[in-house]
Design a protein around this ligand. Structure first.
Ligand code: PGA
Length: 244
């Protein structure tokens, strides 16, 4: 039985007052039924006072420490209470030229440090329209399975985020999302069937309070990675409730 996860990715948004609003996030959310995570900008991690949800980073360095201006390490995230970290978000892949190999190295560093990486994969519209969706996803996943053991992979969460659905208001239909999730699970099953059966695969891309339930009802969708709608506590709470 895969427990649903709803993770909010604030991206480069928010401030201390938004942090305060989220102190009531879990009112009406069944924490036994859904794991809730907030991934704020790193500078706000320390502003959450005893949250009753989990915290996550938005990225981490694949290195331990040293002269790497602007980067943040796994140990730093842990010191500020993080249990999760997003890895390989398409915005990081694009804005910071993160390759599949680098994403795998970051995922490995997270696992070795005791953080759960939420590893993002997903195609552009051009890739989908060219009929290359499965090959593209396979390449992103294969970069993980060459670097991680099955046991390490079992300590990760995958997020399927079609780039054309991120921040656009265009959500993948439940069928499109389910098909991609089933492909991802099937592809990982070639590496390890047991890990594939148990790994949580989240959908991300314009999930809102009014479409979450239908998406989360799909057989291979185990929750969501939420951008824009995670900045409004009432909307985000509804999404958490839809998963639980
Ligand atoms: P969105 O972002 O919900 O605003 O589309 C999702 C994400 O990028 O994680």
């Amino acid at each position: 039985m895969r427990k649903p996860i709803v993770a909010g990715n604030w991206k480069m948004n928010g401030n201390r007052s938004l942090v305060s609003e989220f102190s009531s996030l879990m009112h009406g959310v069944d924490a036994d039924a859904v794991d809730v995570i907030i991934c704020p900008p790193a500078c706000f991690l320390g502003s959450f006072v005893a949250p009753d949800f989990a915290l996550g980073g938005q990225t981490l360095s694949e290195l331990d420490n040293g002269a790497h201006t602007g980067d943040i390490s796994a140990e730093m995230l842990k010191e500020f209470g993080c249990r999760y970290v997003i890895v390989g978000h398409s915005e990081r892949r694009e804005d910071h030229c993160e390759s599949n190999a680098l994403v795998a190295a970051k995922a490995l560093k997270a696992i070795e440090s005791g953080l759960v990486p939420i590893i993002c994969v997903g195609e552009s519209l051009a890739t989908r329209e060219a009929g290359e969706l499965e090959g593209f996803l396979a390449a992103q996943l294969d970069a993980l399975t060459v670097s991680l053991t099955a046991e390490q992979l079992s300590k990760t969460v995958i997020a399927y985020e079609p780039i054309w659905a991120i921040g656009t208001g265009v959500t993948a239909s439940p069928e499109q999302a389910q098909d991609a999730h089933a492909f991802i699970r099937g592809h990982l099953a070639k590496f390890d069937a047991n890990v594939a059966a148990n790994i949580q695969i989240l959908y991300g891309g314009s999930v809102k309070a009014d479409n979450a339930e239908e998406l989360f009802a799909q057989a291979d969708i185990d929750g969501g990675l939420i951008g824009g709608a995670s900045l409004k506590v009432d909307d985000f709470r509804k999404i958490c409730q839809a998963a639980g």
